[in-house]
Write a protein that binds this ligand. Structure first.
Ligand code: DAH
Length: 335
């Protein structure tokens, strides 16, 4: 029986050498070391030996079993490391992984462009608070408390006298309050209105412009905005100054550009009119000068305000304002 056991061990060792994968290894384990395996069945026959030979045989059998188990684990480890080694093979000829760089948001690009063009024309960039007093946002802009013009702008109220600014126009007042003419400023920033659909978001961006001096005329307003829009959208862009109303300007004009999508033929974006409204403007209303202590007999000026999202949508041909705020990588990567 002892010879039988040693013979078995010899055979097991040579079988083990021929093993190539995990399946073969498992078959080997079951065949030799499993509950019904060859080694196990030899050990079960211990009782057939005379009692004095049993301890020696038992010891030998245990040694053989332990030895085979250990070798089996070695083979298992060997197979695993061979598989892992194949996976982490380093191909030095592959191109490197390029780290992802961030870049400016399309709205920031447009704000920068607007500020660049107008700065070159002599306007100074200033800022104002997002949380604003009712006085600056409405009152001093000639929009009294019960004035119907307040309905044009669905306001977020912080308290009775404090609002999230609904436009950048309050910055006009803050500048004129602290500075005597001549003033020429632009003021980019966030504004807030209770509104949300395909063409509105509760927060959006505007750039305000203000120029006050002696002898400023509507011709200066037209020349400045025409120069600006020609540079922003190209010299061939056609413009239209259309009479309008704002409480803080008189006369007022809205400026349209020939639709950049259809070229004036009429499409969904321009509601078949061939024109797109892009800014509000006008000559500063003398009533406003009263609030900032400017002499309306001596000074005159113009102001304008434009929506940045709107400009960006036209410049890049984007038809959904919400895209600016979803931060989808496929959208943002295009700029
Ligand atoms: N504040 C106006 C708005 O948000 C836009 C505007 C119109 C600004 C005329 C101006 C202006 O400075 O003169 O609708």
């Amino acid at each position: 029986m002892k010879e039988q056991l040693l013979e078995l061990e010899k055979k097991a060792l040579s079988d083990l050498k021929a093993i190539n994968d995990a399946t073969e290894l498992e078959q080997f384990r079951v065949a030799y070391l499993g509950k019904k395996g060859l080694i196990t069945s030899v050990m079960k026959r211990l009782g057939e030996l005379p009692p004095d030979e049993r301890p020696e045989f038992g010891k030998l059998a245990n040694q053989v079993k332990a030895n085979l188990s250990r070798l089996l684990e070695d083979v298992r480890e060997d197979l695993l490391s061979r598989a892992a080694g194949q996976k982490s093979f380093l191909d030095v000829t592959l191109p490197g992984r390029i780290p992802a760089y961030g870049h400016l948001h399309p709205l920031t690009l447009v704000i920068n462009e607007v500020c660049r063009i107008l700065s070159r024309m002599g306007f100074k960039v200033v800022k104002g608070p997002n949380v604003e007093l009712d006085y600056y946002n409405f009152e001093a802009l000639n929009i009294p408390r019960d004035h119907p013009a307040r309905d044009m702008q669905d306001t977020f109220y912080i308290s009775d006298n404090v609002v999230l600014r609904t436009h950048t126009s309050p910055i006009q007042i803050r500048v004129m309050e602290t500075q005597k003419p001549p003033v020429s400023i632009i003021a980019p920033g966030k504004v807030y209105r209770r509104d949300s659909d395909v063409s509105h978001t509760p927060m959006f961006h505007q750039v305000e412009g203000l120029l006050v001096d002696r002898h400023v005329t509507f011709g200066d307003l037209k020349g400045t905005l025409t120069g600006f829009l020609n540079e922003m959208f190209g010299r061939e862009t056609r413009l239209r100054f259309r009479p309008s109303f704002f409480p803080f300007t008189e006369p007022s004009a809205e400026v349209d550009i020939r639709c950049v999508i259809c070229g004036g033929k009429g499409c969904r974006t321009c509601s078949n009119t061939g024109w797109l409204e892009i800014l509000g403007s006008g000559m500063v209303d003398p009533a406003v000068y009263g609030f900032v202590d400017y002499d309306a007999e001596v000074y005159s000026g113009f102001a304008f305000g434009m929506g940045i999202e709107r400009l960006a949508m036209l410049k890049y041909g984007i038809d959904d304002i919400q895209l600016f705020y979803r931060n989808g990588m496929r959208f943002l990567r295009q700029f």
